[in-house]
Design a protein around this ligand. Structure first.
Ligand SMILES: [Zn+2]
Length: 191
């Protein structure tokens, strides 16, 4: 999970008219989360059906069903697992409202709660953010990165090496899949 910035709602009238899935709005949500699930950072393929996610579940917060600030873009798996769960005292981490790294961090391919963060813990557990398919895809991504990092250091020419390392930094950018994990790996390599 990474920090996201909410864009303005492009089609308020559709939303106020009772349609929270209008393509204009769905596209804006998709764009603001870099074409990825707001929770697990998986790119949502055309095959998988992308969901307009109600951050606070619409059956418990009926007044928020058509509220732009309560909408996000999520993959089928996160959306289903999260379902209509909501905990008043430990709300799920909301990447639109707070930096996720206040509660969560990447440890290899695993997402961990920050020490003492019950919100982090419940977010990981209840949305299934360490489910097997995610662990596998993150590990693949990290293996590729590791090979690329090693290749950089095999280059003896410092200028070439620095150019390669700069290219590598782009792997941690927000539009990349599982960028929180890539970023942590690249940063630990720089340390
Ligand atoms: Zn997801």
């Amino acid at each position: 999970m990474i920090k996201l910035d909410r864009q303005n709602c492009p089609n308020q009238s559709a939303l106020k008219g009772g349609n929270y899935k209008h393509p204009d709005n769905k596209n804006a949500l998709k764009k603001s989360s870099y074409d990825k699930c707001m929770y697990c950072e998986s790119k949502i393929s055309h095959i998988d059906f992308a969901h307009v996610e109600h951050i606070k579940p619409k059956d418990k917060f009926t007044d928020l069903e058509f509220n732009w600030d309560n909408l996000g873009y999520a993959c089928n798996k996160c959306n289903n697992k999260k379902s209509n769960k909501y905990f008043d005292d430990t709300p799920f981490v909301n990447p639109y409202e707070e930096p996720p790294e206040d509660n969560l961090y990447a440890f290899g391919a695993i997402l961990r709660p920050k020490k003492g963060s019950e919100r982090g813990e419940i977010t990981i557990q209840e949305i299934g953010l360490n489910r097997p398919d995610l662990l596998e895809k993150r590990a693949e991504r990290l293996n590729e990165l590791e090979s690329a990092i090693k290749a950089c250091y095999r280059t003896k020419n410092l200028q070439l090496r620095n150019a390669a390392l700069t290219t590598l930094e782009a792997e941690a950018e927000k539009d990349r899949e599982y960028s929180i994990f890539a970023k942590a790996m690249i940063e630990s390599n720089n340390a």
